[in-house]
Design a protein around this ligand. Structure first.
Ligand SMILES: [Zn+2]
Length: 125
């Protein structure tokens, strides 16, 4: 049961990444729009993610991070989280999980994400 969800998740991620590799979300009508941005005109913490992934997958890393600077923090976290879930077992996994899902990291991420929304909208970045 758990393994089938994992496989479906990986297949879903690969499909999304393939779509974002072959289709530029700026030029594609079927790319989903951010509801928060559509309603308010403001950027949320995730705005620019599709453009980031498109540029990143084409090796344009600096351009990618300019679409959403918070991914400099969140991308390594997501990567470490994925490693913890997919590659580790036993005590090593428990140690990683206690850090990645620990109070300090969770509180930090809960402060960083909304702060980023304010900063990016005030500075228009
Ligand atoms: Zn958004």
């Amino acid at each position: 049961m758990k393994k089938s969800f994992l496989i479906l998740g990986i297949i879903g991620i690969v499909i999304v990444l393939a779509l974002l590799y072959f289709f530029n979300p700026v030029e594609t009508a079927f790319a989903p729009k951010c509801i928060f941005h559509e309603l308010t005109g403001l950027s949320c913490s995730g705005c620019g993610m599709q453009r980031f992934l498109h540029a990143f997958l084409h090796g344009r890393f600096i351009e990618a991070f300019r679409f959403n600077y918070i991914l400099i923090i969140f991308l390594p976290y997501i990567l470490l989280f994925g490693i913890e879930r997919l590659a580790l077992t036993g005590d090593t996994q428990k140690k990683w999980r206690s850090v990645l899902e620990g109070r300090a990291v969770t509180i930090s991420l809960c402060i960083i994400a909304p702060t980023w929304v304010i900063v990016r909208n005030v500075l228009h970045i």
